[in-house]
Write a protein of this length. Structure first.
Ligand code: MD3
Ligand code: FE
Length: 224
């Protein structure tokens, strides 16, 4: 906790100590902020509904021809896409040719606050990838290398059903840590950890009181 910045927990100053976010360091420059998003959840969920109404979640196809088990959409200036011709960022939704929905200010504010809490000042995401997992959906070990630069951290928010996140090393065969991620948790991966392999084990059956039978993960990135 010694490298945590003062200040942003002030967002939670009116909360009881047991409701305050707990920070866990999971790597050299990576942190889990337990429950960090909960104070804003009533603003986050309706904003998410508006986005997926305009840019529906869809199962994209990998360059290898497999349909992803995760449904994806995006908001903000750039959205991550994949099809038979490769992985990349696009300024338009390939389903309708229109710009992705705007990033809601509550998303931008939350991502910036989480990054600052982990020691990364001035985080301005230009992309928010929305991943929806139903029970059984997973994400295999991979690295995120489609962004233009790796200097900015990646910030994620987990919503709904719990997930077991795999946090690996710099080659695929390195052993992974298993980190449970729960509704409201945020994670910040920066610096040296930015290019670590990572993935998500198949989501277990269950029903979340707010989200139902699904997990939704938002990842905020500087992609362009
Ligand atoms: C760790 N998503 O969309 S959180 C992805 O839960 C992705 O949906 C997962 O991996 C999910 O690419 C994991 C996000 C995440 C993103 C980038 C990372 C974790 C990372 C980069 C380095 C290390
Ligand atoms: Fe990833």
């Amino acid at each position: 906790m010694s490298t945590m910045q003062p200040g942003l927990f002030d967002l939670f100053a009116d909360h009881e100590p047991e409701q305050q976010p707990r920070a866990e360091q999971i790597g050299e420059q990576s942190w889990v902020l337990r429950g960090f998003a909960l104070p804003l959840i009533d603003q986050i969920l309706p904003a998410l509904d508006t986005i997926v109404a305009a840019a529906p979640l869809r199962h994209m196809v990998t360059p290898g021809g497999f349909s992803m088990s995760v449904g994806t959409s995006s908001c903000g200036p750039l959205g991550w896409i994949t099809d038979r011709s490769g992985y990349r960022y696009s300024s338009v939704d390939p389903l309708n040719g229109l710009p992705w929905p705007q990033m809601p200010s509550v998303f931008a504010k939350l991502a910036r606050a989480a990054a600052e809490q982990a020691g990364f000042a001035d985080f301005h995401a230009d992309s928010c990838l929305i991943n929806r997992y139903v029970p059984g959906a997973k994400m295999s070990l991979h690295q995120d290398k489609d962004e233009n630069a790796y200097t900015a951290p990646i910030v994620s928010l987990s919503l709904g059903l719990p997930a077991m996140f795999l946090f690996g090393g710099f080659s695929r065969s390195d052993r992974s840590q298993r980190i449970p991620l729960l509704h409201g948790d945020m994670v910040i991966w920066g610096g040296a950890d930015r290019l670590r392999f990572h993935g998500v084990l198949p989501i277990k059956q269950g029903r979340h009181p707010r989200l139902g039978e699904q997990r939704i993960n938002l990842t905020f990135r500087v992609a362009g």
